[in-house]
Design a protein around this ligand. Sequence first.
Ligand code: S3P
Length: 183
Amino acid sequence: MPAIFLLGFMGSGKSAVARALSRQLDLPLIDLDARVERQIGTSIAQFFASKGEEAFRQAETRVLTEVGEEKAVVSLGGGVPTRARNREVLQLATREGALVVYLAARSETLAQRIRRQPGKRPLIDGQGTLDFDQTKARVEQLLGEREAFYRECASFEVQTDERTIPQIAGILADKWGQIHSKR
Ligand code: S3P
């Protein structure tokens, strides 16, 4: 079933844009991280600390495969496209009519947003102890490793730095409308 998937780095606004877009299009909202947390029975940060990243990625792929069947606005975790199996799920969804969007942002913007939720992003700053420059350096390193994967999976990209959540949701609602008027 076609759906809209939002991709992007941690702090790119995926969850907030997905909430606004699901209201605007009257489609159900799925937050992949929240679904994963429900399935593993603990927070992602706790799970990373006790079981490690690989166990988290396995749970994430299981949940992504399930939600790939639902017609909804889906906010993905920032690391989803790093796994080949997940990229296949998104590419198949695109062929079936899904809109896969990359919400791009500069490293300064991402670092600022990540620092507003200390301790929430184990891959950047699990202990919440890094200063701004250290956070930004870590973002740049990881973003450099991932950007090609985001672009490989997405069929549409929005630069988010200078835009508000309602503006971004509006752009995506228009794009969704264009895709559907052609069908
Ligand atoms: C991750 C991003 C997080 C969460 C986990 C790993 C990543 O989601 O899935 O901490 O590898 O980028 P958000 O992008 O919603 O923060």
